[in-house]
Design a protein. Structure first.
Length: 180
């Protein structure tokens, strides 16, 4: 898979690398993994199928929760710095507006102008950035654009608390999307 960048703010080379942010795609990925495990360890195929069925139920529930909640979202437009949220946003018919392509920590004066112009043109007052964007950078963006900053999480955490599971990470994103 091409480099997708990371929490260090490195550039996103391939937004498609974040396809897992769509729960329906996550189901397909899990199915593919289960099928591969069946080949490698056929004696465990029944257990793999049972685990996949449980996961599928959880992901379908998450998808339904997203669908029902985001139907209530007034604006269908979402202004972002990096275009990595398209899989999630497209699934729920939200329009991702990404007028710049670089990471939040490397915005130029022209990038700030482009963000302000895109916000004005689309009647938006909120900009979504990656959760890992330092608070000081978020403050700078707000100062230079006048936009309210909210965060989205693309990869979760391995810490015992916080967005430590796919479901927690995605529900965090859902909550953030509803704060706009």
């Amino acid at each position: 898979m091409p480099s997708a960048g990371g929490r260090d703010g490195s550039a996103i080379k391939n937004p498609a690398a974040y396809l897992w942010l769509d729960p329906r795609v996550a189901i397909d990925l899990a199915q593919s993994i289960r099928e591969r495990f069946d080949v490698v360890e056929p004696s465990q195929a029944k257990r793999f199928q049972e685990n996949f069925a449980a996961l599928r139920t959880q992901l379908e529930s998450l998808d339904a929760e997203f669908r029902a909640t985001l139907e209530k979202r007034i604006s269908r437009k979402v202004l972002v710095v990096r275009p990595i949220w398209s899989a999630m946003l497209d699934r729920y018919q939200l329009d991702q507006i990404a007028p710049v392509q670089g990471p939040e920590i490397q915005l130029s004066a022209d990038d700030y102008k482009a963000l302000k112009a895109a916000a004005k043109a689309n009647g938006l007052t909120t900009l979504y950035v990656d959760l890992s964007t330092p608070v000081s950078v978020r403050q700078q963006i707000t100062e230079r654009t006048g936009l309210k900053i909210l965060t989205l999480d693309a990869i979760g955490t391995s810490a015992p608390s916080g967005n430590s599971t796919y479901g927690k990470m995605m529900r965090y994103n859902l909550g953030q999307l509803m704060m706009d």
